[in-house]
Design a protein. Structure first.
Length: 412
């Protein structure tokens, strides 16, 4: 009796791992140097408190500009060459940050490194869409989340560890090493996944037309916004976590690091569970379930925080509620990303770029909001998280309405 063979994977595991590590450059470079802000204020900004927030703005500006421009470039030149160029820019910019002695020069180098880092945010998603869609694409996206998901959560702790051992400039030297290793690995091993015959001629008019078409396409926009508001919720947690857990709840740095690690494990486990379920349960249903569970967790967090129950008197309850919300996001991002790309395989670079621009803009927005709110309880975090989850619900309702219209148009 012939044995049944499993279908060959569309991407080998080493390539999925490499794409995950490349995607992680963005959150790693965003969050790893946050613990160094007070020292950098003193050394680069003449002691002006809060000046380092400007460097974060320069980073996000570079990501937005880089992602918006790299999408059409990758649809024209393929994936490999823009990815190599992005890694070169990221490495050079990070080296400039490590050596900069002035605040303005540091901001400029930060912007340059973000332009390169944007390639690592856009192109891995486009590469996945080049080779897979549907359940297979969702499974690969979930595997990427194994690496990507842990970085924004653990990066501040890694930065603190570096500061314990040496100077803040070491953080950017580590980024240089990361970039060089990524560059050499891509150069030596990664093929281009976009055939020459499928590449789109580059023109300013064509680029504007493609982006305008994506914005007007409701299935893409609704799914892209769901994924982006998922990042909004995650970055709200990351931005406010030091204040909430160390200052309000009284966690020691060690306890805080342990909880960060446990929460990262929960998020990763849920993303991997999602990758296992996509072959048995429809992507849309998994997305609906993840959003529904996040609503329950976010409402509970908001009500209990406003009531004064979830707070310093019950720190474990706060941890449980935050972990439930974070875990639910593991079922949202991968599925929403794949659903957004469903009809855009021919312009996956542009679609990924627009999604990344929206994603990082909203993620930065949650940090900006919480950075200007006084914390006397976890309630501000709960309110912002509830706002992000509510927007996910609204976008998901929009997505279902769009799908019903599409289905109705195909009925004879």
């Amino acid at each position: 009796m012939p044995t049944r063979r499993m279908p060959a994977p569309v991407l080998p595991f080493w390539m999925i791992a490499l794409l995950g590590l490349l995607t992680a450059i963005g959150p790693l470079a965003t969050d790893m140097y946050l613990p160094a802000f007070p020292i950098m204020d003193a050394e680069l900004a003449g002691g002006h408190a809060g000046a380092s927030q400007v460097t974060l703005a320069a980073w996000f500006a570079g990501l937005a500009v880089g992602q918006f421009s790299l999408g059409p470039i990758s649809d024209r030149l393929g994936r490999r060459l823009p990815l190599l160029g992005g890694l070169v820019l990221f490495t050079v910019g990070s080296a400039g940050c490590a050596m900069a002695t002035g605040f303005d020069l540091f901001c400029l180098c930060r912007f340059v490194s973000a332009l390169g880092g944007a390639a690592c945010a856009v192109l891995p998603r486009a590469i996945v869409r080049d080779v897979a869609t549907g359940a297979v694409g969702a499974r690969i996206m979930s595997q990427l989340m194994l690496v990507f998901g842990v970085m924004p959560i653990l990066a501040p702790s890694l930065g603190s560890l570096v500061l314990m051992m040496g100077h803040w400039r070491w953080i950017f030297l580590i980024a240089v090493i990361y970039g060089v290793l990524g560059l050499l690995t891509v150069l030596a091993t990664m093929p281009d996944t976009m055939p020459v015959e499928k590449r789109i001629a580059f023109s300013l008019t064509g680029t504007i037309t493609r982006y305008a078409g994506l914005v007007r396409e409701p299935v893409f926009m609704s799914s892209a916004l769901i994924n982006s508001f998922s990042s909004f919720v995650m970055f709200a947690y990351i931005t406010s976590a030091p204040v909430v857990f160390e200052h309000l709840l009284g966690f020691t740095p060690t306890q805080f690091g342990v909880f960060f690690g446990m929460n990262a494990g929960i998020f990763i486990a849920c993303a991997q569970l999602n990758g296992s379920l996509v072959h048995r349960i429809d992507l849309s249903r998994l997305l609906d379930g993840g959003i529904a569970c996040s609503v329950v967790a976010a409402v509970a967090c908001l009500v209990l925080s406003l009531a004064g129950i979830a707070g310093p008197a019950h720190p474990v309850l706060v941890c449980v509620l935050i972990s439930c919300i974070t875990g639910c996001l593991g079922f949202v991002g991968p599925n929403a990303t794949v659903l957004a790309f469903t009809h855009h395989g021919h312009q996956a670079g542009s679609a990924s770029a627009l999604m990344g621009t929206i994603q990082f803009s909203l993620a930065a927005g949650s940090g900006f909001i919480l950075g200007h709110v006084p914390f006397h309880s976890p309630a501000p975090l709960a309110v912002v998280v509830m706002g992000g989850v509510g927007c996910m619900v609204a976008c998901n309702m929009w997505r279902h309405a769009c799908n019903r219209r599409v289905d109705a148009s195909h009925v004879p």
